[in-house]
Design a protein around this ligand. Structure first.
Ligand SMILES: [Mg+2]
Length: 696
């Protein structure tokens, strides 16, 4: 096609080049020789004719002198033997032909006298003319002219032409043959190199080298090629090593990533992702074998408190110890996973009945009856378990997990160390709880909280001497929600500190109002959760808030529950001592229902015990309650603490408490929780009457 070049191999190029060069050299040489030979032939013909003319001129001298035409003619006729001579004549100086000889002649002959005298020969393309002078004693008396044809010259010319062509053809053939032989000197090593390169690129074997030891350019090329292959081989080896290393790293990282994606880093137990994978497989297997399986959701009781009081390191250590213990509880085909925090899940496959899951749950609870021995702590901890069963409670892994979680919450509600099977009713409870959670998160922002105040009466003076601030929540959707419902939820969803701070702020603000109204200044008790007490800035917040509203910290009392005794730590004691140093009183709320320890009671900075209403309500009917109440009053007084009795509802209860020297009381017998305005009125009324006897 036009524009496309024919790709010639180096071999063909070399042959073509050698033949072309040979052809060029031979052509020039042959042409030079050819024309040289032609010139010589022509010169020879001229010389031969000139010799004949000279001989004739000598022979006819006498005849010309004597004007003997016949004799002259006889001499000229001798030329008949020379086939080349076509015409000869003896011409007088005046140009007249004295005698002539001719072969049959085509055309007219003319000659110039000057030419006859001046020229010895003339050669053109048709003939050769030579002239010889006939002299008599030095004077020209005639001129002999001989005209010869070029037949011999042309014949020689053809002969030489044929020879030249033959020589050229033979030479070219010889050049081609020689080129065919000698091109191998170049193309053979090149071919070897090409094959070598092809093999290397195909096999990627860089260990072979070109064996070519010549010192010519090809040898240098082969040496350079070998050096290049050595570099490539080194790079290839480095690359292979690097790739191997990279593959090893990738394999390790993949393994690590798989482990990270499927296992919990702290306990090395399967995580949620792997649990759900195994759960899906187990469901398929259970469906095929028509068996049951159970998902057991587990949550450690009071783990958050341990984490907050003893630190996260101890919490993590406990989780690891729990994981180790759980690993040995399950059967080989069971899975125990950690979902996060203190949540563990058992997948119990191949169950004949749901009762087997109950037995297993009981076994786990028994395992938790033994304390966990950590590096520096011996911890007693219980767990709550929720169980859902396939296919009764769901046929999907996530649903089973959710239902087990719900039933775990139900178990927690029954107390610590319990387990519960899932029921449909739990779902409704959970939905309601979710709604409470949702509304609770916006309660502060929407200004849905308010405080009411429970008066506390001094039994000696019958005066209202203090109030307890009680948090109330009115939600547009849910209506009035009991603190016993929303406070635990606030703890669980992590907003208890904001709620506590709101209570502190509101109580201090109210104290400022009473102060500004010149009402009687009475202390306000504020309930503080144990987790709030452990917050880093709780003391600063209370001090700063009191300063903000310009009220004395001595007008504040902080009520804490007995949990604080259980989570007793340096941090707790430090916080209580700092509060006390500000002049704030510390009260133990609901005393007698929790884990109070006399040793802690002695060492902790506490000013007041608030006797739980349970004992007060039984006073009229229970001798043991009366014993507990009187003993607690004595205990408080012996420790220089005040005692407040809660939930006083009858005069008999009031009388008993008065008789037994209880310091303060609160309850419906005296007042229901009141609004701040109602308290203001009471205080103003008391101020006017200077007496509080009309409280009763
Ligand atoms: Mg209280």
């Amino acid at each position: 096609m036009k524009g496309q070049r024919i790709a010639l191999s180096i071999k063909n190029k070399l042959i073509l080049m050698m033949v072309a060069v040979s052809a060029a050299v031979l052509s020039v040489s042959t042409l030079l020789l050819y024309y040289n030979e032609l010139d010589m032939v022509e010169q020879s013909a001229v010389e031969s004719s000139q010799m004949q003319a000279s001989l004739i001129a000598a022979s006819v001298e006498s005849a010309v002198i004597f004007r003997d035409e016949r004799a002259t003619k006889r001499v000229l006729n001798l030329l008949v033997t020379n086939t080349s001579v076509e015409y000869a004549a003896v011409i007088s100086p005046d140009g007249l032909i004295f005698s002539e000889y001719r072969k049959p002649y085509r055309g007219h002959y003319q000659h110039d006298v000057d030419t006859l005298l001046m020229t010895t020969a003339e050669v053109n393309r048709q003939f050769i003319e030579v002239f010889a002078q006939v002299d008599d004693r030095g004077q020209n008396i005639a001129t002999v002219l001989i005209r010869s044809n070029l037949d011999k010259v042309i014949s020689q010319q053809l002969y030489y032409k044929e020879i030249a062509i033959a020589v050229m053809v033979l030479s070219l053939i010889l050049a081609a043959v020689l080129a065919q032989c000698f091109h191998k000197l170049i193309t053979r090593p090149l071919g070897t190199m090409v094959r070598h390169v092809t093999n290397i690129s195909r096999d990627e074997n860089y260990s072979d080298r070109l064996l070519y030891s010549s010192q010519d350019e090809l040898g240098i090329l082969a040496h350079g090629f070998n050096q290049m292959i050595t570099v490539v081989q080194t790079r290839e080896e480095e690359l292979t090593k690097h790739n191997d290393n990279l593959q090893r790293i990738v394999a390790e990282r993949t393994k690590q990533l798989y482990y990270k994606a499927h296992y919990d880093a702290l306990t090395n137990l399967p995580n949620r992702y792997l649990l759900l994978e195994r759960l899906s497989s187990a469901i398929v297997s259970a469906k095929h074998q028509q068996k049951k399986l159970a998902v057991m959701f587990m949550d450690l009781d009071r783990f958050k408190t341990i984490n907050d009081s003893l630190g996260h390191d101890v919490g993590d250590e406990l989780l690891q110890a729990v994981a180790q213990r759980l690993k040995h509880v399950g059967r080989n085909n069971d899975t125990v996973a950690r979902l996060g925090g203190d949540e563990f899940v058992f997948l119990l496959a191949d169950l004949e009945s749901a009762d087997d899951a109950g037995k297993f749950a009981q076994n786990i609870l028994e395992q938790f009856s033994h304390p966990f021995s950590l590096k520096n702590n011996l911890l007693h901890i219980s767990t709550s378990l929720g169980i859902s069963v396939y296919p009764d409670d769901g046929v999907d892994g996530k649903v089973l997990l959710k239902h087990a979680d719900l039933s775990m919450y139900h178990a927690k509600g029954q107390g610590q160390g319990c387990y519960s099977f899932y029921t449909n009713a739990m779902n409704e409870t959970f939905t309601k709880r979710l709604e409470i959670e949702h509304q609770l998160r916006n309660a502060i922002k929407n200004d849905e909280f308010h405080l009411c105040y429970q008066p506390q009466i001094d039994l000696i003076t019958n005066n209202l001497t203090q109030v307890e601030a009680l948090l109330r929540w009115n939600n547009p959707v849910l209506g009035a929600v009991s603190p016993s419902v929303f406070i635990p939820i606030a703890e669980e969803i992590g907003i208890i500190i904001q709620v506590g701070e709101w209570c502190i702020d509101s109580a201090c603000k109210q104290l400022q109002q009473w102060k500004n109204q010149n009402s009687q200044q009475i202390p306000v008790a504020i309930n503080l959760s144990s987790s709030h007490l452990l917050a880093v800035n709780v003391v600063d917040y209370i001090r700063d808030t009191a300063a903000k509203y310009q009220i004395s910290p001595t007008l504040l009392e902080i009520e804490i529950t007995e949990d604080v005794f259980l989570e007793h730590s340096k941090k707790t004691i430090a916080a209580l001592e700092q509060l006390q140093s500000l002049g704030i009183k510390i009260a133990i709320d609901d005393f007698g229902t929790g884990y109070s320890s006399l040793r802690y009671l002695k060492t902790l900075p506490v000013d007041t015990l608030k006797l739980d209403g349970m004992f007060v309500q039984d006073l009229e009917h229970s001798a043991s309650s009366r014993g507990i109440v009187t003993s607690t009053i004595s205990l408080a007084h012996s420790l220089n603490m005040k005692i407040v009795a809660e939930c006083v509802e009858t005069q008999a209860q009031a009388d008993f408490l008065t008789t037994n020297l209880c310091d303060l009381v609160q309850g419906y017998y005296y007042y229901r929780p009141l609004s701040a305005d109602a308290i203001t009125q009471i205080l103003e009324s008391a101020s006017d009457n200077n007496s509080c006897n009309n409280y009763l």
